[in-house]
Write a protein that binds this ligand. Sequence first.
Ligand SMILES: [Zn+2]
Length: 461
Amino acid sequence: MNTVTLQFLGAAGTVTGSRHLLSTGDRDLLVDCGLFQGRKELRLKNWEPFPIPPKDLDAVGITHAHLDHSGYLPRLVTGGFHGLVYCSRPTADLLGILLPDAAHLQEEDAEFANKKGFSKHAKALPLYTAEDAQDALRHLRPVMHKQVVQMDNGFQFHFHNAGHILGSKFLHVTADGVRVLFTGDVGRYRASGGKPETLPDPADYLVMESTYGDRLHPKDDVRPRLAKVIQETVKQGGTVVIPAFAVERTQRLLFLIRSLMEEGQIPSVPIHIDSPMAIEAVKIFMRYSEEFDEETKAMVKRLGSPLNWPQVHFDKTVEESKQASSSRYPAIIISSSGMATGGRVLHHLAQRLPDHRNTVLFVGFQAPETRGRLICDGAGTVKIHGEEIPVRARIERFEEFSDHADYEEMLRWLESFPGAPKQVFLVHGEPEAARALEQRIEKKFGWGVHVAQPGEKVALH
Ligand SMILES: [Zn+2]
């Protein structure tokens, strides 16, 4: 029998670029195929040649649709990968909008850089095009919940619910008799009933995320605080800009804002969802409404589809986006990207940040050195499209909306683990967060824990 090896090709020492290579000697399975995001030195990694020729990979398994787990797929395919990409059905549906959108943003950014001439390279190029994204989508093979996928040589795997975003899964792989569980991202235990699945099957090795390994999320009701921020901003004639990705968190936020309006806790101002894929994202979200937690299910039942709400405007075109951006009336604008690293939210931020009446409300994880993080950390100015923009708006951060388990929730999930794994590998965390979680797991369970290093390859027995 060959030795099974695991190599960490991304998300080691950082939160983005999840790519884990499991090899049996004759077969290679890539688990997650994410984009590196955030600081430039990380983003440049997306341009490096893939460590093994993509054509030699047999298959890819994707835990969930977030781009830091899936966004490199088109590049893998243009690089020569011709195997299948396994994921859940909602993940496949979400990738159908997210990958073309990611391509579109990259094309737009390259075009913008070329037009303005601020690219340091002779000509800025997109990492991949919309056509490349469409090609990548043809490789997707949706897998039913708990369906066991048997590959022709050495690998078998199945999925469990991760409770992170719609369609998110843990991937349980058996490679030549060695059982490895990849968490992708671990979801939260919510009062409303959402939670990561308790695992019935033991694993020899666990590859686990550690994003919030050193932090706890506020557990109290987010509604009064959210209502207060929106109310105060609107009262002084300002607009609330929410940098957020069009899936999941945005949908929950949307239902929450709408129910606050219904209850009269905030004024009924226009809500702009500024993303060309927002309508499609809402449709997918509504299609899988049976998978929601109890609270969201109840809100969906009471309020119906956001597509029919009078206050909500879906700004599909750039023209509509510009109109929302220049409007002087108070509004709520939700636009991507969530860490303000690109996308239409940049135009809104350039417009709204200099005015103290406005509020920018961050609802997701902000990776180091992203614009989002700089603003949250109190930067006086930020650079947007080559210009220094003063930050005078009110800045708010709502960690309550996080879709990631905090360390208490991760330890709680590990308690349900059937038997001690031989080793836990921690990935998808900044070094301090990963180290903090390492210590907590060792202390609580006495298991062997190792913080994965970039490019490190380990033998599994
Ligand atoms: Zn995620």
